[in-house]
Write a protein that binds this ligand. Structure first.
Ligand code: SF4
Length: 255
């Protein structure tokens, strides 16, 4: 009997072998791996070009084996739009940006790119704080969460309640795909790879703006060991930042 071996694990071609410099347990490392696997899985000869935002996301060009542009704070989407106009169908544009950068300084650009249905695939790393710049408040910081700028816990006044920005994007017809996964549980990490791949495939067929959020942990600024940080974020975000597939071009909004 002939023995057939099937490859079930390996090193993605799109992932650099350089050592990564994220803190231990950080979910940015998971996102980098998922991006590399999704790009490898594309049956598409055209080039993928990445755009990264500021902070810990700005480390990505060192870890991925395709061209990436680093954008100034708040400008990842405008830079990506410029590339999209310039490169047209010659490339797929993948944007990787943290929530402080995208939902804070970059929100206006995000909304208008979504309204115009610009063919982009955006992956937002939402780890509930501005990680690299010292762990201060971000637009998704949870009520009561301690950060460098809210050492007593985030109060609703004057900062407002925790906001799910995917709900906002779902009100915009130009958004054709929207999903969120938790980058710290095995089942959802597998879904994350599917969502990123799906987002790139939607762009390939010029079917509009695709958005994926990876809910993650920043153990360093939570000042917790990674397993404790996972438990804390899993419990505290329940009902506030739900995961799942929210919209596809085929079905529209999924109830
Ligand atoms: S500061 Fe936070 S987000 Fe940045 S690498 Fe460390 S754990 Fe990750």
């Amino acid at each position: 009997m002939e023995l057939k071996l099937e490859q079930v694990a390996g090193f993605p071609k799109s992932l650099s072998e350089k050592p990564q410099h994220f803190c231990p347990g950080c979910t940015h490392g998971v996102n980098v791996r998922l991006i590399a696997e999704a790009v490898d899985a594309l049956d598409f000869p055209k080039k993928v070009v990445g755009v990264c935002g500021m902070g810990c996301s700005a480390l990505l060009p060192d870890y991925l084996e395709f061209d990436m542009v680093a954008a100034p704070p708040g400008l990842a989407i405008p830079v990506a739009e410029g590339l999209s106009h310039e490169l047209g169908e010659k490339a797929l544009i993948l944007v990787y940006v943290g929530e402080g950068d995208l939902y804070g300084r970059g929100l206006n650009a995000l909304i208008h790119a979504a309204i115009r249905g610009v063919p982009l695939t955006v992956l937002c790393a939402n780890n509930l704080n501005m990680g690299m710049s010292g762990g201060h408040l971000s637009p998704t910081t949870l009520l009561g969460q301690k950060t460098a700028t809210t050492p007593g816990g985030k109060p609703a006044n004057p900062y407002g309640i925790s906001t799910d920005f995917i709900r906002l994007l779902l009100t915009i017809p130009g958004v054709s795909f929207a999903a969120r996964f938790r980058g710290f549980t095995a089942g959802e990490i597998r879904k994350g790879r599917e969502y990123i791949l799906r987002g790139l495939q939607i762009q390939k067929f010029q079917r509009g703006f695709a958005f994926v959020e990876s809910l993650g942990i920043c153990p360093t600024n939570l000042e917790l060991p990674p397993p404790e940080a996972v438990k804390r974020v899993k419990t505290a975000t329940r009902g506030i930042y739900p995961s799942g597939l929210f919209k596809t071009p085929e079905v529209g909004r999924i109830p």
